[in-house]
Write a protein that binds this ligand. Structure first.
Ligand code: SF4
Length: 168
């Protein structure tokens, strides 16, 4: 028992070290976010996720953020169930015709100030599904987007870099 306690004290943490904020994301955010608004977040973010029609690849990467290795909550980021408790709306996938109204209503339900992050290539411009009869297009064609996190799907560390840019 004593041996295990001693090992627990001297062993380095097994979690992924914190990445630096993404440089490209910081540049994009500089155009849409002023520092005062960012300071209001107080170094913590409540995030509501909407799958607007993704293949679920982006969701798998999002789920990985909650595991012990990436441990998203140690940065002060929390996923919330209600848009009324959220600061940030994460949207994955191209926006399908069926999800358009749900996305608009979720966006309207988030109190100001609020920010929208489009996650993945599909959320940027429709990605693989661009031009489909069932899709409206990228998230920006439905609601204003403050930050795009690219990738198909974006890996967890890329998502954390983007989030850190929001509160940098
Ligand atoms: S970006 Fe890739 S992983 Fe994400 S929803 Fe589109 S196809 Fe799926």
């Amino acid at each position: 028992m004593r041996k295990h306690l001693f090992e627990g004290i001297i062993r380095a943490p097994l979690t992924e070290p914190a990445p630096s904020p993404d440089g490209a994301a910081l540049t994009e955010l500089a155009n849409s976010l002023d520092r005062t608004a960012r300071r209001r977040l107080g170094g913590s973010l409540s995030i509501r996720v909407v799958d607007a029609g993704s293949c679920n690849g982006c969701e798998l990467e999002l789920h990985a953020l909650g595991n012990a290795f990436y441990d998203l909550e140690r940065f002060g980021f929390h996923l919330v169930a209600s848009p009324r408790h959220a600061d940030v709306l994460f949207v994955t996938g191209p926006v399908t015709t069926n999800m358009r109204e749900a996305l608009e209503r979720t966006y309207s339900a988030i109190p100001n100030p609020k920010w929208v992050v489009a996650l993945g290539d599909c959320a940027l411009d429709g990605g693989l599904f661009a031009g489909s009869y069932a899709c409206v297009g990228g998230v920006a064609s439905v609601i204003p987007v403050d930050l795009h996190i690219r990738g198909c799907p974006p890996p967890p560390e890329k998502i954390i870099e983007g989030l850190l840019a929001l509160i940098a």
